[in-house]
Every structure is written in structure tokens, then in C-alpha cells.
Design a protein around this ligand. Structure first.
Ligand code: C5P
Length: 400
């Protein structure tokens, strides 16, 4: 299933463009949301009206259209997608992708995106076998562009050989694979919190912490890879929004709680965010001035909501599996065991952040998985590896 997945279809100018209509129908039938960009040459093969009717959305065509830019600029088009799919990927568009040419909406979106891209090439056999195309494909593959087809067969030009675009059914399968839709968590919904929170003092100052968001973001990616429809609620970080994940940006703990509540129901919640424990009891409406007789201001603090504990106590909306993190500097496991009980969650991933561990902001982590069954010590590994192992454990929880 592709429920909730957002596919941006780029329809370029080749005879195989007609198959894009059937592709839209099949993708929507599997629950995907499809939005289409049509190139000028593409419009010679399929009408904008057909695409518009099948996607039930506007068809995006013009890089410089004022309405397009005000409603949905090229950056936003890619931001709002989990995957970009080029059907058909013509020799010309592949060459532009390789060279980084951005001279229309389709090529600009492809250059501006940080989302995964799947191309379904279609062209005459000699164009496919031309050294220029062979080299372009090689470079694009190295850059991580995914390929489906082409297949061998009779072609519209009367020749036979490789260059025929894959059938919609095969393209759907490739899309599902690219989005992890066949994975053990497909059909499941995951919620992940990540990063720090910023608690405003006045319009320009805030209280924050050093969380990088690396671990939380990696967990969101790992869950999406296993097929979960994943929402990442993140505080401000330097990290890019992960591909295939619905990312919601917040600043304060209270905003994080609101965004998490809005993301329910979920099957699993992983709270990896470093939520500020306190916020200022009052936020000044104007910048607090320094100087004067009053001296430095005194900040009165108020307790923030505990998002993990709230999710664990969400009654009928409680995710089936609620996982928290515990950053500890000593007696890591016994503190985490106590925290599991206190927060009402199912598992605690306890990590050692003692000075010299390099965990905070670093790429590695040493964790212990604490559950009702006891505690498991994991070897020191990269945060990505911790994320994959945790995602695998989550998948086992739901499939066992
Ligand atoms: O109480 P402590 O901050 O040590 O708990 C850590 C765990 O609780 C983490 O999973 C963190 O994301 C979560 N937490 C939260 N909301 C808070 C404080 C912590 O979700 N206000």
C-alpha cells in the first residue's frame, strides 16, 4: 500500500507519456497522493486536462507562472513529495539531470530536490545505447537516482530492443520499493520526535540545548524505510528534512506536544527529542531592554509538558508501542528502568552521555534497550545503525 505517500510525477515528452495516466490511476488506487509536473514536450503527448482529472489536482507546467510560484513554487513542489518519479525519462531530460541544467519547471524541480528520484527511461534503442546516455545513466545511478527499466520489446519507432518504458505495474512496484512500502512496517503509522526545543524569553531570545537531532532523524528514516508512514516532529536543527518522511517543524515544547497530538493515531511513537524541561513562565511581548536601574532580569521558569508521558497516557489514542530515550551519565540502566516506569512507556533506549562519550552531537551512540523483559546492552555503533536496529526491533514487535 502507498497510503499517505506523496508522489510528484514528472511527465516528459515521449510517446510513452500516455502510460503516465494509467500510472496515476494505479498509484491513487493504492492510496498515494499524486501531483504532476508536465513538460512542454510532455503536453504534446498527454493533455493537462487528463492529468488534472486523474490527479484531481492542478497540473504544474510553468516555472515562471506567477500563480504557480505564489501557490506552489518549485522548491515547495519537491518539499511536499516523498518521491519524484520521471515518466518517461527521455534522453534529453536525463542529460539535463546529469548536467544540472534547469531551464524549465521539471528540470528545475529535479535540480532543487533532496528527495529520492526514480526515473523510468523510454527512448529509441540507439539513443539508449549511445555513449552519452550510457554515461549519463551511470553518473545518475552513482548519485543515487533509482531506475526502473527500460525493457526490451517492440518500440513505437518500429525497432526492437531495450528502450521501452516499463509498464505502469512495474513502475508502481519500483515506487513501492523506493518508499519501503513492501516493508514489514507498511500500513503502520510512526511518530518520532527529534532535536531540541527552543523556549522563548522574548521575541529575540530563547532557552535551548545542544541536541543535534541526528538520532531522532535517523530513526524516522529507518522506520520509513521499513514502510511505516512516518511523521517527524522536530525542533530546530541543521539537518535536512529526511526523504520519505512527513516532517513537521516546531520550536517550543508546547508546540511539539500539539504537533504530536495532531499526528495521532500512531502505532508507534519514538520520543528522541531533547525537550526543554522548563520554559519561561511569561514571555515578554517586546525585547527586554538591558541597562536601567533594574539590573538583569530574573527569569521565572515553568515546567514544560512531558510529551513522552502524555503519549503514554493518551488513553484510546495511546500508540501500541511508546518508546522514550534516557540520556544518563551514571548507573544508566537502573535510572532508565525507573524512568520507564515513571513515564509509563514501553521501552527506554538509554544512552550514555557521560563526559568523553562523544554521544551529544557525535555520530556514535552506546545504548541499552530497557523493556519490561529487562535490559539489553548494544555495542557502540553509529546513530544510523542504532536507528536501523531499533526499527528492526519495532518491526519484530508488530510482526511477532
Ligand atoms: O525526563 P527526561 O528528560 O530524562 O526523559 C527523556 C525522555 O522523555 C526522552 O524520550 C524525551 O524525548 C522525553 N521527554 C519528553 N518531554 C519532556 C521531557 C522529556 O517527551 N518534556
Amino acid at each position: 500500500m502507498l497510503r499517505g505517500k506523496r508522489v510528484l510525477l514528472i511527465v516528459a515528452g515521449g510517446i510513452a507519456a500516455f502510460k503516465s495516466l494509467e500510472l496515476v490511476r494505479r498509484l491513487r488506487g493504492r492510496g498515494a497522493m499524486v501531483r504532476a509536473v508536465l513538460t512542454e514536450a510532455g503536453a504534446e503527448f498527454v493533455t493537462p486536462l487528463s492529468l488534472q482529472a486523474l490527479t484531481e489536482d492542478k497540473v504544474y507546467r510553468d516555472l515562471f507562472s506567477l500563480t504557480d510560484e505564489s501557490e506552489m513554487g518549485h522548491i515547495q513542489l519537491s518539499r511536499d513529495a516523498d518521491l519524484l518519479v520521471v515518466v518517461p525519462a527521455t534522453a534529453n531530460l536525463l542529460a539535463k539531470m546529469r548536467a544540472g541544467i534547469a531551464d524549465d519547471l521539471a528540470s528545475t524541480v529535479l535540480l532543487a530536490t533532496d528527495k529520492p528520484v526514480l526515473v523510468a527511461p523510454a527512448m529509441n534503442v540507439r539513443m539508449w545505447q549511445h555513449p552519452a546516455t550510457v554515461e549519463n545513466i551511470q553518473v545518475l545511478r552513482q548519485r543515487g537516482v533509482l531506475l526502473v527499466g527500460p525493457t526490451e520489446g517492440d518500440m513505437a519507432c518500429g525497432e526492437f530492443g531495450p528502450g521501452r518504458m516499463s509498464e505502469p505495474e512495474e513502475i508502481v512496484a519500483a515506487i513501492e520499493q523506493a518508499l519501503g512500502a513492501g516493508g514489514p512496517l507498511s500500513g503502520r503509522r510512526a511518530l518520532v520526535t527529534s532535536g531540541p526545543t527552543w523556549e522563548p524569553i522574548d521575541p529575540v531570545r530563547y532557552i535551548a540545548n545542544r541536541s543535534s537531532g541526528k538520532q531522532g532523524h535517523a530513526i524516522a528514516v529507518a522506520l520509513a524505510r521499513l514502510g511505516a508512514s512516518t511523521t517527524l516532529v522536530t525542533g530546530p536543527t541543521r539537518l535536512a528534512d529526511p526523504a520519505g518522511v512527513h516532517t513537521v517543524h516546531i520550536e517550543s515544547a508546547r508546540e511539539m506536544l500539539e504537533a504530536c497530538s495532531a499526528a495521532l493515531p500512531a502505532d508507534v511513537a519514538v520520543c528522541a527529542a531533547a525537550v526543554a524541561d522548563w520554559r519561561t513562565a511569561q514571555q515578554a511581548g517586546q525585547k527586554i531592554k538591558k541597562g536601567g536601574n533594574a539590573g538583569p532580569p530574573t527569569l521565572e521558569l515553568a515546567e514544560n509538558p512531558d510529551i513522552l508521558a502524555s503519549l503514554a497516557a493518551a488513553g484510546a489514542k495511546r500508540p501500541g508501542l511508546v518508546i522514550g530515550f534516557a540520556a544518563e551519565t551514571e548507573t544508566v540502566v537502573s535510572h532508565a528502568t525507573e524512568k520507564r516506569r515513571r513515564k509509563g512507556c514501553d521501552w527506554i533506549v538509554a544512552n550514555d552521555v557521560s563526559p568523553g562519550s562523544g554521544t551529544f552531537g557525535g555520530d556514535d551512540n552506546t545504548v541499552h534497550l530497557v523493556s519490561e523483559a529487562g535490559s539489553e546492552d548494544w555495542p557502540r555503533m553509529g546513530k544510523d545503525a542504532v536507528a536501523s536496529r531499533l526499527a528492526d526491533r519495532i518491526a519484530t514487535f508488530f510482526t511477532a
